[in-house]
Design a protein around this ligand. Structure first.
Ligand code: GUN
Length: 292
């Protein structure tokens, strides 16, 4: 049986370290501020945004939540982002995705001041990440990297596969793992022989959004498996949360594996607060603490 990677515990510890840093900033009369903007009433987004606000306050940061009507125009949303860009009390801005269809997501993301872009989605931060320049790194892949480093200590020379090529997870994950000296394969819907590719890999990061697509029998014995998927399914008449990996079978073969829930999920918000702390320190020319 593979070891369970406890993302919840790691995230709780990281939040405690962030809270300590926030207290130190208070002595300098600095309070990190995070603004989260939600447009419309997508139920999953509403849950995530509430969780983000609650955790922001728990670590002692200033939290602002803006909830806008489903029919908000792109122009009005851009005005709100511009106000937040100018607001000195705000160090981090996150616009929850997806956005309603009348709004161009890229236009909104790229209107955020890159130094406040705590999602790390701005084209400038993407470029900085791939060029090894200090950037704000997308939260979910950053959380996956923290869990992998904690588990394996050194990733040098490992063969890693990322299943999924999204801008939010797959692509930034590839950059982070290259930075850790892994040999990286990015697989996607057109990949030939996905099973064969996964079977060769010491590290598997599954981020496709398809329930249990990566089969347990594909896992190389002893491999480390990071499951980013959060899929709500119905099985035997019961609602269930499952990842992108067939967990029960994979757990038997893997060296270590993240469960769903309780694996990568809690890391995303912890990394958002981590990024807000970093953005605040950089804004005030304070040395950025290393928390992992
Ligand atoms: N929707 C789902 N995940 C995310 C995320 O990490 N950031 C934002 N802004 N929206 C999301």
């Amino acid at each position: 049986m593979g070891k369970l990677i406890n993302g919840k515990e790691f995230a709780d510890n990281l939040c405690k370290k962030i809270a300590t840093e926030v207290t130190k900033l208070k002595d300098k009369s600095i309070k990190p501020g995070l603004a989260v903007v939600r447009v419309g009433e997508d139920p999953a987004s509403a849950v995530y945004v509430n969780m983000k606000a609650k955790k922001t306050e728990e670590v002692g940061m200033h939290s602002v939540t803006k909830i806008l009507d489903e029919n908000t125009s792109q122009e009005d949303l851009l005005k709100i982002v511009e106000e937040l860009n100018k607001d000195d009390a705000i160090n981090g801005i996150l616009v929850q995705l997806p956005l309603p269809k009348q709004i161009n997501e890229d236009a909104v993301i790229n209107s955020i001041n890159p130094d406040k872009d705590v999602d790390g989605f701005h084209a400038i931060n993407t470029g900085r990440l791939w060029s090894n320049i200090d950037s704000l790194v997308p939260c979910t892949p950053l959380g996956c990297k923290m869990l992998l480093l904690n588990e394996l200590k050194d990733l040098t020379g490992k063969k890693a596969i990322i299943v999924g090529r999204s801008n939010i997870v797959g692509k930034p994950m590839a950059s982070l793992l290259i930075g850790e000296n892994c040999t990286v394969t990015v697989a996607h819907s057109k990949t030939k022989d996905l099973e064969g590719e996964v079977k060769k890999s010491d590290i598997v990061v599954a981020a496709v959004g398809v329930p249990e697509m990566v089969k347990g029998s594909w896992i190389k014995p002893g491999a480390t498996v990071i499951d980013v998927g959060i899929n709500r399914i119905e099985r035997d008449g019961k609602k269930k949360l499952v990842g992108d990996v067939e967990f029960i079978e994979a757990e038997k073969i893997a060296g270590a594996i993240t469960p769903v829930p309780g694996g990568v999920g809690p890391m995303t918000i912890a990394c958002l607060l981590h990024n807000t702390l970093i953005a605040t320190c950089r804004r005030h020319n304070i040395e950025v603490p290393r928390l992992f």
